[in-house]
Design a protein around this ligand. Structure first.
Ligand SMILES: Cc1cc2nc3c(=O)[nH]c(=O)nc-3n(C[C@H](O)[C@H](O)[C@H](O)COP(=O)(O)O)c2cc1C
Length: 364
């Protein structure tokens, strides 16, 4: 099991959209953690180029992450008819939202993008990963079919599935997952939920970890709000085999975080969950766009992603942090940055220290 052989129980979260890079994955792998290539939003060729770059930089195991397209994530988990209906895109709500984006586009001197469904090159990416296997393939937004999972396992890849509640964890187990990534509501970026319905609960990382530990007998990787040694130590004690960190790396040298995003991570703005940027629930720092558009943003992924894409790109280019998504988890104020290798080693040492300190506290 790859997780048991890591020098530090730290997985670098795949962060699509140019945030995580092959250089980040290499640095994390070489430091004794586990690096990931973010396959989401990339063409199959770009994903293959990233994999090739990581292989040049390290011989250590690494993973590739894919987004499960919407319709599949609905069909691959046992859900009742009502939830499937709820998942269907409301065309009228989407049009209303697109209309509301007009003035935003004008403000940034661009046009609203064309909202369209898209499967992010699903079949081509899966075929590429079966033809040229990598040690781990992780998925978010649902589960592949049993056949797709066994095809990957058949060529020697471990399959990791992201889950956000106990029902998804059980379904992931039945689907044949090797490892579960438990994503708590504290996490930065998109919620990895299998259905993008309004969440009744939104379990924290620790609630999820304890509940799933009792329900499913698989190695668990905890994600969400874990950013320093004491937090990582606590997750390990609570049942995680390793932790997956996203926000912790956002200020690192090897990461493609926009300069304005970096600047705001040094501030004190609260985070919030929103569908405003992509149509799927995600956690970001509050900014003008998020505050103006969260109400009324429909559950329409990836249609909203495509509609807002030119606006976000223009705002990025203009260095306006009020016009694009500043993804961050709830504990972002503790992010330090520097070299990713140093960060992994330092977090590993802090974790061991925190575990030792906690053990002395528990002594009679
Ligand atoms: C900027 C950003 C981009 C992300 N992109 C992805 C992604 O492409 N795939 C994925 O599975 N998770 C993605 N995530 C979520 C992470 O896998 C992980 O669940 C989260 O970062 C953990 O919480 P933390 O940010 O508090 O560490 C992203 C997170 C961030 C902050």
């Amino acid at each position: 099991m790859i997780l048991d052989e890591l020098r530090h129980p730290i997985v670098q979260a795949p962060m699509a959209g140019g945030t995580s890079t092959p250089a980040l994955a290499i640095a994390v792998c070489e430091a004794g953690g586990l690096g990931f290539v973010a396959g989401g939003y990339r063409s199959v060729e770009a994903m293959q180029a990233d994999i090739a770059a990581v292989r040049i930089g390290t011989t250590a195991p690494f993973g590739v992450n894919l987004f499960v397209p919407g319709v599949r994530s609905v069909t691959s988990v046992a859900v009742d008819e009502q939830s499937v209906d709820k998942h269907a895109v409301d065309a009228q709500a989407l049009q209303l939202y697109v209309d509301r984006l007009g003035p935003e586009a004008e403000h940034y001197g661009t046009q609203v993008g064309v909202p369209r469904p898209d499967d992010d090159g699903w079949a081509a990416k899966l075929s590429a990963l079966v033809a040229d296997p990598v040690p781990i393939v992780s998925f978010t937004f649902g589960a592949p079919s049993a056949r797709e999972i066994s095809d990957l396992q058949g060529v020697g890849s471990q399959v990791w599935l992201t889950v956000t509640d106990v029902a998804e964890a059980r379904a992931a187990r039945s689907a044949g997952a090797d490892v579960l990534v438990l994503q708590g509501v504290e996490a930065g970026g998109h919620r990895g939920s299998w259905l993008d319905v309004d969440e009744p609960e939104g379990l924290s990382t620790f609630a999820l970890l304890r509940l799933v530990s009792r329900a499913v007998d698989l190695p668990l990787v905890a994600a969400g709000g874990l950013i320093d040694g004491p937090g990582i130590a606590a997750a390990l004690v609570a049942g995680a085999t390793a932790v997956q960190l996203g926000t912790a790396f956002l200020l690192c040298d090897e990461v493609g975080t926009h300069p304005v995003h970096r600047e705001r991570l040094g501030g004190d703005t609260p985070t919030a969950l929103t569908r405003a940027f992509t149509g799927r629930t995600a956690r970001a720092l509050r900014n003008r766009f998020l505050d103006a558009h969260t109400r009324g943003a429909p559950a329409a992924y990836p249609q909203v992603h495509f509609a807002t894409a030119p606006i976000r790109a223009a705002a990025r280019e203009q260095g306006d942090g009020d016009g694009f998504n500043l993804f961050a988890g709830q504990t972002y104020r503790l992010a330090t940055g520097g070299s990713a290798a140093e960060l992994v080693k330092s977090l590993g040492a802090q974790t061991r220290q925190a575990l030792a300190t906690a053990a002395t506290r528990a002594e009679p």
